[in-house]
Design a protein around this ligand. Structure first.
Ligand SMILES: Nc1nc2c(ncn2[C@@H]2O[C@H](COP(=O)(O)OP(=O)(O)OP(=O)(O)O)[C@@H](O)[C@H]2O)c(=O)[nH]1
Ligand SMILES: [Mg+2]
Length: 399
């Protein structure tokens, strides 16, 4: 049976749940889909139960969200792709990948526990990777005491202000994902209120539809008998079946032979869409997460750039000791994870808590441009966050 094509009836946005481990992100995600399915809003909304969101086998075994799960739903005015991000500290790198494509985020904070290390880390990373709007879900409000919840709310608003989110105006909605899932009317209404806050507070971002096509590869899979598929969110431009693309990093130049969003075929994908591209004649192991699919010749990758970097303080989970020239951490740029050599120039050291300028020489070429945000990690933790200020295009790569 042919699959029904995707029909673009509402503006599409990418949002997601982020926050500390066990604060209820996945439960709330399931509750959102249930409330919307019952509201009957939009043909693409389906209830996705909790255990279908945490679906990779490795996750079920460990009971924590490792990969990033995408679900689709519609409110009355918008179509959303929602990524449920992992809270566990080891998986913050996946959070960077997920957040890199978010137009807005729902920060889930347990009203019982308040701000925890990953709550703060996710807010910092969200700021760095360009998430401009956050709505807060104070979850587990069914079990929390009102006065304590008021304190948690104050604390969250302060945290957001400290990271430039204007904490006093951010919507903070008290919810219970668990009770909403059980159908308790008080709490399904709270989820409705949260969705209304997302609909109104997160603006429709500007989509660069006229720019050359670019998609950072998030995942690669094989469809038996059809070929290799790359997935991710289109960063800019549009793409149609039959268009040529090159995959930077893989050295592949090919043609798009199929295009889907949430399992539905589409004729054209555009900036902001979460898509799967079927590529002609590309071996599965040629392409990896971190590569970039782009209109041929539209981007020139580079290795050297200058950046402004904030070195996380020790209290934020950063380093306890300064860094100096010669430091070699991992750089998380779009979906890529690349080693880089740091040069601090005249400045001898950068201490935790400092904001510094640096030159970086990456281990391999990636498409870079001023304004691009990135995270710096070392030994499984985030130690810095920065923005590219200029790109040195004179250094050519040997590979
Ligand atoms: N009382 C109460 N418990 C909740 C609520 N939401 C989630 N929980 C419980 O909190 C625990 C964690 O919920 P999850 O939804 O798995 O949390 P998570 O944030 O997705 O966790 P990670 O993905 O591992 O970071 C589970 O035992 C839930 O049943 C709520 O609104 N109220
Ligand atoms: Mg989860």
């Amino acid at each position: 049976m042919p699959k029904t094509a995707y029909v673009r009836t509402k503006p599409h946005l990418n949002i997601g749940t982020m926050g500390h481990v066990d604060h209820g992100k996945t439960t709330l995600t399931a509750a959102i889909t249930k409330v919307l399915a019952e509201r009957g809003s939009g043909s693409s909304t389906r209830y996705v139960p909790f255990d279908r969101i945490d679906r990779a086998p490795e996750e079920a075994a460990r009971g924590i969200t490792i990969n990033i799960a995408h679900v689709e739903y519609e409110t009355d005015t918008r179509h959303y792709a929602h990524v449920d991000m992992p809270g566990h500290a080891d998986y913050v790198k996946n959070m960077v990948t997920g957040a890199a494509q978010l137009d807005g985020a729902i920060l889930v904070v347990s009203a019982l526990d308040g701000i925890m290390p990953q709550t703060a880390e996710h807010v910092l990373l969200a700021r760095q990777v360009g998430v401009d709007h956050i709505v807060v879900a104070l979850n587990k409000a069914d079990a929390g005491d009102e006065e304590l919840t008021d304190l948690v709310e104050l604390e969250v608003r302060e945290l957001l202000s400290a990271h430039g989110y204007g904490g006093e105006s951010v919507p903070v909605v008290r919810v219970s994902g668990l009770k909403a899932l059980e159908g308790d009317p008080r709490w399904t209404a709270a989820v409705d209120a949260l969705l209304d806050a997302v609909d109104t507070y997160v603006p429709m971002p500007e989509r660069y539809l006229d720019a050359p096509f670019l998609l950072p590869v998030e995942n690669v899979l094989t469809i038996t008998g059809r070929g290799t598929v790359v997935t991710g969110a289109v960063e800019r431009g549009t793409i149609r079946v039959g268009d040529r693309v090159e995959v930077l990093g893989a050295g592949v130049d090919t043609v798009v032979t199929g295009l889907e969003t949430f399992g539905k075929p589409m004729d054209e994908a555009q900036a902001g869409d979460n898509v799967a591209l079927l590529l002609r004649g590309v071996p599965r192991d040629a392409v990896r997460r971190g590569h970039i699919a782009a209109a041929p010749g539209s981007v020139v990758p580079s290795r050297r750039f200058s950046a402004q970097v904030y070195v996380l303080s020790t209290g934020e989970g950063g380093r306890t000791t300064p860094v100096s020239t010669g430091y070699r951490p991992q750089f998380y740029i779009r979906t890529a994870d690349v080693v880089g050599d740091v040069d601090l120039g005249e400045r001898a050291v950068a201490r935790p808590g400092d904001t510094v300028t640096m030159t970086v020489e990456l281990g391999r070429e990636v498409p870079l441009e001023p304004g691009l945000g990135f995270a710096i990690r070392e030994g499984g933790r985030t130690v810095g966050a920065g923005t590219v200020t200029s790109v040195d295009r004179t250094v050519t790569s040997v590979d």
